[in-house]
Design a protein around this ligand. Sequence first.
Ligand code: MMA
Ligand code: CA
Length: 331
Amino acid sequence: MEENEYSGYWEPPRKRCCCARRGTQLVLVGLLSTAMWAGLLALLLLWHWETEKNLKQLGDSAIQNVSRVTKDLQNYQSNQLAQKSQAVRMSQNLQELQAEQKQMKAQDSELSQNLTELQEDLISVRSQNAELSQNLNRLQEDLVNIKSLGLNEKRAASDALEKLQGEVTKLWIEILMSKGTACNVCPKDWLHFQQKCYYFGKGSKQWIQARFTCSDLGGRLVSIHSQKEQDFLMQHSNKEDSWIGLQDLNMEGEFVWTDGSPLSYSNWNPGEPNNGGQGEDCVMMRGSGQWNDAFCRSYLEAWVCEQLATCELSAPFASVSPTGATPRSEP
Ligand code: MMA
Ligand code: CA
């Protein structure tokens, strides 16, 4: 191909050696520019890779930060909720406290009012105290009097009742005996004589102790109404001084049997009753069998009890007297 045709415009002809050098130069330039481009590209790639790495790190740390912040936010929100509910509770408590305070104030004023009233009462009570204790003393005296009155009345009533029961029992026994019933049943260790049973007690006793012991045994201190009865007692008394149921405790010189029966028979020792010494209101039967009024608090070694014998009834009235007394076993 012609150079003229190729360049499109006219150029003066060149030497051959110059053309070769110029080709080499071109190649070199090309190579150089290629190398430059390659270097540039490598730099770009390096920069891109580095940037991408940095971006990735940034992204990771951002994600971490976001999750941390989210967590913190959640914590903060829950804390806030808790604080809110605590605040609500506290305000409720405050209201309750205020209400209580109000109530306490009201109570306080009421209490102080009551205290004032109590103090006034105390003053009036104190002023009444002396009067009351005086009244109390008077009442106690009255009570003692009433009690003693009551006791005396009770004793009189029970004596009368005992006497009445004895009479009814005697009548009942007489009726039964008139119909042929045997009335001679006595408890163990009691001796039978006529319509009565006798217990000869041994052991040191004052008259009143002997009386209570006879009562505990279901009987009473003996009353003596005939010489035969006196003789029977003498047979069994072992010639010892023994308490019997005669006394003049209520009225000096008026001797009565403890069962209320009249003094229809007596067997006084000559010169008795003499109410000797410090006063003698209780009667003993001496070893000789004769009676003596003696000091009631003296101790005698023997005492005699009696009770009515019970009747042998066929069933269904077996061994029952109107007093309900049934034969007793060991005294
Ligand atoms: C004692 C006493 C009296 C009794 C006389 C009789 C000294 O007193 O038993 O009751 O009357 O004796 O001498
Ligand atoms: Ca006497």
